[in-house]
Design a protein around this ligand. Structure first.
Ligand code: PNS
Length: 168
C-alpha cells in the first residue's frame, strides 16, 4: 500500500438538477474530511436536466459560500478523467438507502478499475434527508407542492419560477 496522500482533494460528482438539502448536508460533511472539495456537475447528462449547467453552477456557488474549501466545477465525459485532471485522489458519493448501494458499488468499482489511485468514499446523508431526491423535488413543485426545508431557498424560488413559467 502506498503512503497516504499529503492532501486529500475530493470530487463530489452528480447531476445536481437541482441541488437539495441532502446534497448540501453531504457537502458540509465532506468539507470537514478533506482539504479541498470540488462539487462537479455532469454536463453531458442524457437525463435531459431541467436546469442548464450554468444555472446549476450558479445555484451551487451560492449555497457553498459558507465552505471556504469547497469549489464548484463541471465536467463532460469520464468522471475519473476529470478527477485525475483536477489532481483529485478521492471521489465522494452519498448513500441514502440500501437501494442506492448496488448502482454506487458498480460505479465505484468501475472507477477504481479505470483509475486505481482514486479512492471512492461513501458518506451517509443525515437521516432527515434520506427520502429527498432532485427528481422528487421537481415532481412535487411541478404538481403545486411545497418543498421548503428540503432544498435551499434559492433553489425553491428557481423551481417555482420554472414551473410557473411552464404553466404546469
Ligand atoms: O447525481 P447522479 O445523477 O446520480 O450522478 C451520476 C454521476 C454523474 C456521478 C455519474 O453518472 C457519472 O460519473 N457520470 C460520468 C460518466 C462516467 O464516468 N461514467 C462511468 C461511471 S462508472
Amino acid at each position: 500500500m502506498a503512503a497516504p496522500p499529503a492532501r486529500i482533494i475530493a470530487i463530489y460528482p452528480g447531476s445536481f438538477d437541482p441541488i437539495t438539502n441532502g446534497h448540501l448536508d453531504l457537502i458540509a460533511r465532506g468539507s470537514r474530511l478533506v482539504d479541498r472539495l470540488v462539487v462537479a456537475i455532469l454536463g453531458n447528462d442524457a437525463k435531459k436536466p431541467l436546469f442548464s449547467v450554468q444555472e446549476r453552477v450558479e445555484m451551487l456557488e451560492e449555497v457553498v459560500k459558507p465552505y471556504p474549501n469547497v469549489e464548484v466545477g463541471s465536467f463532460e465525459g469520464l468522471l475519473v478523467e476529470y478527477a485525475a485532471q483536477r489532481g483529485a485522489n478521492m471521489i465522494i458519493r452519498g448513500i441514502r438507502a440500501i437501494s442506492d448501494y448496488e448502482y454506487e458499488l458498480q460505479m465505484a468499482l468501475m472507477n477504481r478499475r479505470l483509475h486505481p489511485e482514486i479512492e471512492t468514499a461513501f458518506l451517509m446523508a443525515g437521516e432527515a434527508y434520506s427520502f429527498i431526491s432532485s427528481h422528487l423535488m421537481k415532481e412535487v413543485v411541478s404538481l403545486g407542492g411545497n418543498v421548503s426545508g428540503m432544498v435551499p431557498p434559492t433553489v425553491e424560488a428557481r423551481l417555482k419560477g420554472r414551473f410557473e413559467r411552464k404553466g404546469v
